[in-house]
Design a protein around this ligand. Structure first.
Ligand SMILES: *Cc1c(COP(=O)(O)O)cnc(C)c1O
Length: 335
C-alpha cells in the first residue's frame, strides 16, 4: 500500500478496499481476469513504476536504465546458493550470442539487488564479476542496445520499495524466501526452481503463471549424497556454457577488473560448482527465452500478473498467524 499506491488504488476500484484488511479478498480479482480496462491499467502502472525506479537509480547512483526494456530483477542476499552466478552466466552467454548475431527477443535490463557479507569472499567475487560484465556490455555499442546490467548499490528496504513495484517483468528467484512473495503481490511473474516458497506459489497460481526450471530438490539431494557431481562433464557437454564461463576470465574482463577475483570465481565454478549451477544452465536459458517470447503477448502477460496479485494474499502474516493459532497455540483471544 505504501510502496505501490497506484496499484493499491486500482485494486480498490476493481474490488473495493476490503483486501486492505483481509488479504484473502485479493482473490476477488480473479473475477476480473477478462477486464480489459484493468489489464491495461496494470501495464500502465508498471511502466510508471519502472520510470520512477529508473529516475531514482539515476539520481542515487548515476545509473541510466531504459524503462521500455524488460526489467529482469533478481534481488536478495548475495549467496552462492541463491545462484546469482546462473544469471551472471546467462548475461555472459547472451553477450556472446549478440556478438554472434543471435539477439534476445527484446531488450533486457538485468537488475541485481544484493549485498554480500563482509567475510564472504566468493560472494564479493560474484558482485565484482557482475560489475565488470556490466561495464564490458556498456562499452559495446551493439550489445548494449539489447542487454544491460545494473547493480543496485546498498540494496536495502528503501531500495526494495522502489524496485519491487517496478514489477519487473521477470523476477528470478533462487532458493526462494520472501522476496518472490513481495514481487508476486506487485504483479511480477517468477522464474525459479521448484524450491522453497516457489512450490507454494506454483500450487497457488498454476503452472501457466510461473516459470520453473531445473533439477528437482530431490535430484540435487541425491547427487550430493552420492558425491558424484562432476562440473567438468557439464562444461564438456555444453560449449556455450564453457564459453560463458571462460568469458569471465577473458581479455575484456581482465582489462576491466581484478584478475585475482575473476580467476578465483572461475576456478570455484569450474572445479567445484558446489551449488550446481551448471546442470540447470541450459534449462534456465531456455526458460528465460520462453519468458521473453511470451512477453510479446501483453494481454496474456497482464493476466499472469493479475493471477499472481490475486493469489498473493495467502502469504500475508495475518493468515500465517491465524493458522498457527488454530493448529498450534489455540489461544482463545476472542474471549
Ligand atoms: C525481502 C527482502 C530480503 C529477503 O529476500 P528473500 O527472498 O527472503 O531472500 C532481503 N532484503 C530486502 C531489502 C528485502 O526487502
Amino acid at each position: 500500500m505504501s510502496c505501490n499506491p497506484a496499484l493499491a488504488a486500482r485494486i480498490d476500484a476493481a474490488i473495493g478496499a476490503g483486501w486492505r484488511k483481509d488479504s484473502a479478498e485479493l482473490e476477488k480479482l480473479l473475477a476480473h481476469i477478462d477486464d480489459e480496462a484493468l489489464l491495461t491499467s496494470l501495464a500502465g502502472i508498471k511502466l510508471a513504476n519502472k520510470r520512477r525506479f529508473a529516475e531514482w537509480l539515476r539520481e542515487h547512483q548515476g545509473t541510466v536504465l531504459d524503462p521500455d526494456s524488460v526489467f529482469d530483477v533478481q534481488s536478495k542476499r548475495l549467496h552462492e546458493y541463491k545462484r546469482q552466478q546462473l544469471n551472471l552466466l546467462w548475461c555472459a552467454r547472451t553477450l556472446l550470442d549478440i556478438r554472434a548475431g543471435i539477439l534476445p527477443e527484446r531488450p533486457v535490463t538485468v537488475i541485481f539487488g544484493a549485498k554480500a557479507a563482509p567475510a564472504y569472499t566468493i560472494a564479493k567475487d560474484i558482485i565484482h564479476a557482475i560489475l565488470c560484465l556490466s561495464d564490458v556490455i556498456a562499452a559495446d555499442p551493439v550489445a548494449r542496445r539489447h542487454l544491460r546490467i545494473a547493480m543496485v548499490e546498498n540494496y536495502n528496504v528503501s531500495a526494495a520499495e522502489k524496485l519491487i513495484p517496478a514489477w519487473i517483468s521477470l523476477a528470478s528467484k533462487e532458493a526462494s524466501g520472501t522476496g518472490n512473495m513481495k514481487f508476486m503481490l506487485n504483479g511480477a511473474v517468477t522464474l525459479g526452481t521448484l524450491d522453497g516458497a516457489n512450490v507454494e506459489i506454483a500450487e497457488l497460481v498454476g503452472p501457466e503463471n510461473i516459470y520453473t526450471f531445473g533439477l528437482s530438490s530431490e535430484a540435487v539431494i541425491n547427487s550430493y549424497a552420492r558425491g558424484d557431481y562432476d562440473p567438468a562433464s557439464h562444461l564438456e557437454a555444453d560449449p556455450r556454457l564453457r564459453a560463458a564461463l571462460d568469458f569471465l576470465v577473458g581479455e575484456e574482463m581482465r582489462a576491466t577488473g581484478d584478475v585475482a577475483r575473476l580467476e578465483r570465481l572461475h576456478a570455484e565454478l569450474a572445479h567445484k560448482d558446489w551449488f550446481m549451477t551448471f546442470p540447470d544452465f541450459a534449462d534456465y536459458c531456455a526458460t528465460k527465452a520462453r519468458m521473453l517470447a511470451d512477453l510479446g503477448d501483453e494481454d496474456a502477460w497482464a493476466r499472469k500478473a493479475l493471477v499472481n496479485i490475486a493469489k498473493a494474499g495467502y502469504f500475508s502474516s495475518d493468515r500465517t498467524i491465524a493458522d498457527y493459532n488454530r493448529d498450534i497455540w489455540q489461544a482463545d483471544y476472542a474471549r
